[in-house]
Design a protein around this ligand. Structure first.
Ligand SMILES: Nc1ncnc2c1ncn2[C@@H]1O[C@H](COP(=O)(O)OP(=O)(O)O)[C@@H](O)[C@H]1O
Ligand SMILES: O=C(O)C(=O)C[C@H](O)[C@H](O)COP(=O)(O)O
Length: 381
């Protein structure tokens, strides 16, 4: 028997993909008809997982992406690997665990997620989310040489706060990957505070803020910053999280604001922190089919614009466009618009942008085609 090949030395594949996304993915089940989980008779299968969602959207947008995770040696693991690879994502670092299952979750549609089943008669706009992921294959991830080499193999590493809540090993891995080691890639982090996953601990918000401070690009929703940290506006979030060079605060349908530090070659300790450039962009008008996946798609759009060196305003607009694709599809992943079309929409003047109204199917409807009026109302490109 030959010994297993040693893992590649750290950083031996610098930048061989654009973005590495590390985190748990699950098979998702959505009711095939509206209603509470208690009542619906059947479910449609899909895939979910904040980090692989980002990888899939980026791959569709033409970027080289890799997903690092673990799945069970079961049929759901087979399905996740095949589905994520079908987007063009490199899944070669994903390990199969013969002793632990692939995670699964159930989710009703609704404008907002809640962590427990809402009582009968409560607001139907609340989605119910039920996870079966405790003890899953991915929850056994932990620091190690092989996983770090895979995590460091791109220009960007994208992480989310979900991973930190999965197990002590996952939290240790997140702490390691968000430590500012010399030679690490740029680290992007979506706070993704999932209250249900932090039950039994009181320090989730504090841990998430700590992890965010070790990253270069951070995404957070204004609503989650308010709920987790009591921070009521974007400037307060920036004041509390000055460390990341770039911070994006999303305000759902209202828009998003990016704070980007002017880079400065002078030693940081010697000088006060340089001032930020602050740019905001309104979101699009969207006929929402399902809100799930919008945050991940937004992060992918912003990252795509960052990789392409686009101006901050266009990065935000690419975030909104990708989010709109997710919002107008039933599952986590929509069909993002092609790059040429996204670029043309992102370059619209403020009036043209405001006149866009996007409904289901809009991304498959290029601006030149005759029937676009059915899908994209009032847009002028
Ligand atoms: N109702 C909406 N109308 C238009 N765009 C929206 C709407 N809700 C969300 N978005 C878009 O999705 C992005 C992510 O929204 P957010 O509420 O932060 O998602 P999540 O809670 O999934 O992280 C927003 O920045 C925006 O681009
Ligand atoms: O909750 C989790 O652990 C998941 O990863 C499941 C979902 O796929 C993402 O949470 C979707 O995330 P949003 O884009 O913020 O809607």
């Amino acid at each position: 028997m030959t010994a297993a090949a040693p893992p590649p030395p750290l950083g031996s594949r610098p930048g061989d993909v654009d973005v590495v996304c590390l985190g748990e993915s699950m098979v998702t089940f959505r009711p095939s008809a509206p209603g509470r989980l208690a009542d619906v008779p059947s479910f449609d299968r899909g895939i979910g997982g904040a980090e692989s969602n980002v990888a899939c959207v980026l791959a569709r947008a033409g970027h080289r992406t890799r997903w690092v995770s673990r799945v069970g040696a079961d049929g759901f693991g087979d399905h996740l690997l095949a589905a994520i690879a079908s987007y063009g994502v490199d899944t070669s670092p994903v390990r199969r665990d013969p002793d632990r299952p692939t995670g699964v979750y159930f989710r009703t549609s609704g404008e907002r997620a809640v962590d427990v089943a809402p009582p009968r008669g409560t607001d139907e706009r609340l989605a119910e989310v039920v996870y079966y992921r405790s003890g899953s294959a991915a929850s056994a991830m932990a620091p190690g040489r092989e996983i770090r080499a895979a995590a460091w193999s791109g220009r960007f590493l994208h992480l989310t706060g979900i991973t930190a809540a999965l197990s002590a090993g996952c939290l240790a891995l997140m702490r390691e990957l968000t430590t500012r080691h010399p030679g690490r890639p740029l680290v992007s982090f979506d706070v993704n505070h999932r209250v249900a996953l932090w039950q039994g601990t009181t320090n989730g918000p504090e841990v998430l803020a700590d992890l965010a401070r070790g990253c270069d690009l951070v995404f957070v929703g204004q609503d989650e910053a308010a709920a987790a940290w009591g921070l009521r506006d974007a400037a307060a979030v920036r004041a509390a999280l000055p460390e990341p060079a770039t911070l994006v605060v999303k305000r759902g349908a209202a828009g998003a604001t990016v704070f980007a530090r002017r880079e400065d070659a002078r030693p940081r300790a010697a000088l006060p922190r340089p001032a930020d450039v602050v740019v905001s962009a309104p979101a699009l008008r969207v006929d929402v089919v399902a809100p799930v996946g919008a945050g991940d798609a937004f992060a992918a759009g912003f990252l795509s614009g960052t990789l392409r060196g686009l101006p901050l305003h266009e990065r935000l607009r690419h975030g909104h466009l990708m989010a709109a694709a997710a919002l107008t599809a039933p599952g986590d992943l929509g069909e993002p618009p092609g790059r040429a079309h996204a670029d043309r929409w992102a370059a619209l003047d403020a009036d043209g942008w405001e006149r866009l109204r996007l409904g289901p199917g809009w991304t498959g409807c290029p601006a030149e085609t005759e029937d676009r009026s059915a899908k994209v109302e009032d847009h002028t490109v």
